[in-house]
Structures are given as C-alpha cells and as structure tokens.
Write a protein that binds this ligand. Structure first.
Ligand code: UAG
Ligand code: ATP
Ligand code: API
Ligand code: MG
Length: 486
C-alpha cells in the first residue's frame, strides 16, 4: 500500500523524506521489521520504542512514525512526526487492513468480570441464529469455526484489524470482542468502529497497573466516551458505576438490570445447579447456565442481540440452547456424589459472587469447601480480601497456588491469610501444591458436599518462574476423585 493512502485521516505534524513510498507491512516491534516496512515507535511501560528506530531501519523499515525525530535523519528513510504514535498506530492499522471494523457489526464488552462470558455467549447465540461471527476473548480467538490461541484478552490493534479483516473475508457479519482496561489504556481499540459497547460491572482489579480505582474507572469510561453517535452503549444500572460509564458518551444509551427499572429487565424465578428459570422483559425461559452473575451476562447478551435487530422470541430460543462457558460455573459430579464447581473467579468480587451463588443454591447440610489462590506478579491488594471472603462464605477454605509466576507461593499465601477474620482462623488450611490442595478437599468431603475450585477456570497450566506446567483443574478433579473412589 502507498504511504499517502495509509495516512488517510491521520493528523501528521511533520514529514521528512519521500512522501509516498510503498509500505509492505506495519510493525511496532523493531524485531518484526521487514523490507519496506513502516515502524511505529511507541513509548511503552518498560521501554521506549524510539530507542529501537535504528534497529528497525537495519531490518529494512523505510518509514518511521514517531513522536520525536531522532538526531540523525537519513535521506532514504521517511520520518513522520505525530502527536501520539500509539493512537496513530490504530488508524494506520485500520487503513492498512481496509477498515474491517466498518464492514461488520463490531461489539465490544468491557467491565471487570463477565467479558469472556458475555462475548462467548453472544458468539454462541449468533451461531444458533445461523450467523458466522468472530470472537476475540481471553480463552481463544475464533473466526467463524476456526479457533486460534489467545495471547491477550484484547490483542494489539494490528492483530485486531488482521483478525477482523480475515473475519470479513470469511463472511462473518458480527464480531464480539472483550475490551480490557489495559487495552483501552494502551489504545489497542483506537480507530475501531464499534456498533455496540456493553458494560458488565466494575470492582477492584488491576490496581497494580492503574494504581487507583479512580484511574481504573476513568479508563473503562474512556471506551464509552470515544464511541460514535451512531453507536449504542448498554450499561448495567444495578452496578453503582453503571451510569457513570455513559455520562459523557455520544452514543445512544440503553440500560439493563435485575433490581431497578431498565430497558432490559431480568428476573430469576428458580435456580439450582442444573440451571435457572428466568424472565426477561416479561418472557419466561429456561437456561442451563446457573448463578446470579450469569443472569446479568445473559441479560446483556440478550440486550445486544435485540439492539442488533432480532426478535425477542428468536433470541430467547437461542439463549435457552446455550451451553456453559468453559471454566465459568462449570459443574462435575463424582461417582461418590461430591459436587464440583470449576470457576475462573480470580478477583474478590468474582469470588464473592460465585460463593453467594452456590450458597443460594445449597442446603444447610451440604458443606462448601473452597480451593483457591492468587496469581503472582499481580495486584497484591486483592489477596487479603479474597482470604476474608473465602473463609466467611465457605465451610472450609483451602488456600493454595494459582500461577505464582516469579513470586514465592508461601509469601502469596501469607498475604491471603492476613485477610482472614480471627473468628475464622479454624476455617482454613494452606497447602501450596494445588493438586495436594484439591486432594485434601476431596478427602474432607462427603457425598453431596460441594467443592469449589476457583481462579483458573479454562487455564490448562500453572505458571512457575516463567515456565507453564500443564495443570487443568477439571482433569485433576476427575483423576483424583476416581483414584480416591469418592
Ligand atoms: C503491561 C502491558 O500491558 N504491556 C503490553 C505492552 O508492552 P509494553 O508497553 O511493556 O512494551 P515495552 O516493552 O515497554 O516496549 C515499548 C515499545 O517498544 C517496542 N520494542 C521493544 C523491544 C525491542 O527490541 N524493539 C521494540 O520495538 C515494543 O514493541 C513496544 O512497542 O504492549 C505490548 C504490545 O501490545 C503487549 O504485548 C504488552 O502486554 C504484556 C505482554 C502483558 O502481559 N499484558 C497484560 C498485563 C495485559 O495486557 N492484560 C490485559 C487484561 C487481562 C485481563 O484481565 O483480562 C489483556 O488485554 O490481555
Ligand atoms: N457478570 C458478572 N458479575 C460478576 N462476576 C462475574 C460475572 N460474570 C462472571 N463473573 C465471575 O468472574 C469470573 C470471570 O468471568 P469472565 O471470564 O467472564 O470475566 P472477564 O471479564 O473476561 O475476566 P478477565 O478480565 O480475567 O478476562 C467468572 O468465573 C465468575 O466467577
Ligand atoms: N487476566 C488475568 C487472569 C488471572 C487469572 C489467575 N489464574 C492468575 O493467574 O492470577 C491476569 O493475567 O491477571
Ligand atoms: Mg476475559
């Protein structure tokens, strides 16, 4: 593609050199530069891409987009000065891939919890309705029926445009993507044309990155602030910050709720481990998903689908055929009658929600044993909170490891234990080895007891010191309960 076409609608401060060379590829990592590529220098969280300009040129880059010109400008290279190179990358990516986000219906879901669930439910609903779509999520990326491994919840803007372009090429009319706060902060969604943006909820998470809750909140809100007037923004008004999200949006506003008046209203009529009888906008239906938080997820998915022009009856029929999302309130029952719940709850709010959901369902003589840990090299503040919640809301909590990464598992466990209320000291034990912890839970359990194994959900690894060892909660549960004949 030639540079002039690539720079369409992009605010340029100054250009030095040939104004219209051919560009073979766009890169923002000098190590990926190829002959005749365009390298965008971005100031990152660890290093400054401007210090890799020469490295990119050595690998063949012929165009450099940067915020400050380097000291040496070479005649054969085009240097383009812009105000914000990270934002410009998004616009360049859209132009390079032919603006794919404008050629399909792009739906972005943001919030602390529920993004993977809602986007996956939407993908499945549209499959049931007979449409091909794309899915960009923490668990995996899908283009129609093809599945690709996920590297980020919200990948970089070049990858995003590449996926969307392939989706358009393969006949997808819809794309459902998670929009993480890291993604918003790092402009990974810049230049994308969202048709609908949905908000799930906001609670304590990622403060290791954003530092304060206020900054985290404003980052999420920025996603809605930047929507076009033709877009639709759908928020959860049961969340105390649900309305804040839409305060400054130019998009059309819609709401959903269980507790208050809203455009999309949901009610739980019956709930057990097998599913729920629900009422959305006056219409009753059965869902095989369970747990109150999943009612919010289903309601947002319902609202998005209705706003995309489908009929309530058709959508509810598609919803009642949905399977559970991988690692989100998945249930297993052992031969001996122990009930297992595998869930990705890895934040205080998520843990509280899953425990509340189980406690609403279980009877007094069914005990609840919770096995959980907290990830290393991540937010420390959530550790004591999760210790407090797990011990308050379970019969017994077994504190263990969940991706210690470069930290000492015993130190992480100590930080979790620090949050336990003194009156609950007898309600927990700590076993750093996750398999041993699950074994202990099974040993302790009697028929009809419930064991919640939280934090890893779909993950199939335990990350220790940069090495990912295979570990799958569901596999371990099946293996141990058979071995122990329980
Ligand atoms: C903290 C963080 O989010 N970092 C992301 C960020 O990298 P960075 O800013 O640290 O990059 P950097 O190392 O400072 O380098 C700055 C620039 O120099 C370039 N560079 C660097 C070295 C070199 O030799 N040449 C070169 O050109 C880099 O490509 C970059 O453009 O930009 C990179 C490119 O987009 C991301 O891959 C990277 O994600 C890292 C790997 C990561 O772990 N991110 C996680 C925390 C994340 O994004 N998570 C969210 C939310 C998860 C959830 O809760 O669901 C997600 O969306 O996945
Ligand atoms: N709507 C919701 N409200 C509160 N908690 C939820 C909700 N949906 C899911 N959860 C809880 O949060 C966990 C993670 O859900 P999910 O993966 O859908 O969220 P996410 O926003 O994609 O998370 P991540 O940021 O890690 O990608 C679930 O396993 C469940 O325990
Ligand atoms: N996207 C989140 C997932 C956390 C999952 C949990 N199992 C952990 O490793 O802490 C993160 O990378 O912080
Ligand atoms: Mg996710």
């Amino acid at each position: 593609m030639n540079l002039e076409a690539l720079l369409n609608r992009i605010p340029v401060v100054e250009i030095f050199g040939n104004k219209n060379p051919e560009v073979s590829e766009i890169v923002f990592d000098s190590r990926k530069a190829v002959e005749n590529s365009l390298y965008v220098a971005i100031k990152g969280t660890v290093s400054d891409g401007h210090s890799f300009i020469n490295a990119a040129i050595e690998k063949g880059a012929k165009v450099i987009v940067c915020e400050d010109f380097p000291e040496n400008l070479y005649q054969e290279i085009t240097f383009i000065k812009v105000k914000d190179s990270s934002k410009v990358l998004g616009q360049l990516a859209s132009n390079f891939y032919g603006n794919p986000s404008e050629k399909l219906n792009l739906i972005g879901i943001t919030g602390t919890n529920g993004k993977t669930s809602v986007t996956t439910l939407l993908y499945d609903i549209f499959k049931n309705l007979g449409f091909q779509s794309a899915l960009i999520s923490t668990v995996e990326y899908r283009i129609a029926d093809e599945i690709f491994p996920s590297t980020h919840t919200t990948p970089d803007v070049l990858t995003l445009n590449k996926i969307l372009a392939k989706a358009v090429e393969n006949g997808c009319e819809y794309a459902f993507m998670e929009v993480s706060s890291h993604g918003i902060d790092q402009n990974r969604t810049e230049g994308l044309h969202f048709k609908i943006a949905g908000f799930t909820n906001i609670t304590h998470d990622h403060l290791d990155y954003h530092k304060t809750f206020d900054v985290y909140l404003k980052t999420k809100k920025r996603f809605f602030d930047e929507l076009n007037p033709e877009a639709i923004a759908i928020t959860n008004v049961d969340d105390k910050n649900g309305n804040v999200m839409l305060q400054n949006t130019k998009a059309q506003k819609k709401t959903y709720a269980l507790k208050t008046m809203a455009d999309f209203h949901g009610k739980i009529l019956e709930v057990d481990f097998n599913g729920m009888l629900l009422n959305f906008n006056g219409k009753e239906f059965w869902s095989t998903l369970t747990g109150k938080f999943n009612v919010y997820n289903l309601l947002l998915a319902f609202a998005v689908t209705i706003e995309l022009g489908f009929q309530e009856e058709d959508v509810l029929k598609a919803i009642s055929n949905l399977k559970r999302v991988k690692g989100r309130f998945e249930t297993l029952k052992s031969k001996g009658g122990i009930f297992f719940v595998v869930d990705y709850a890895h934040t205080p709010d998520a843990l509280e929600n899953i425990l509340d959901s189980i406690n609403e369902i279980r009877t007094k003589n069914e005990r609840l044993i919770t096995v959980f840990g907290c990830g290393g090299d991540r937010d420390h503040a959530k550790r004591p909170e999760m210790g407090k919640i797990a011990t308050r809301k379970s019969t017994l909590a077994i504190i263990t490891s969940d991706n210690p990464r470069t930290e000492n598992p015993a130190e992480i466990i100590k930080e979790i234990e620090a949050g336990v209320d003194p009156q609950n000291y007898s309600k927990y034990t700590s076993i750093p080895d996750r398999k041993e912890a699950i074994k202990m839970a099974i040993k302790f359990a009697e028929p009809k007891d419930i064991i919640l194994v939280a934090g890893k959900g779909h993950e199939d690894y335990q990350e220790i010191n940069g090495v990912k060892h295979h570990f799958d909660d569901k596999e371990v549960i099946i293996e141990l309960s058979q071995l122990m004949s329980k």
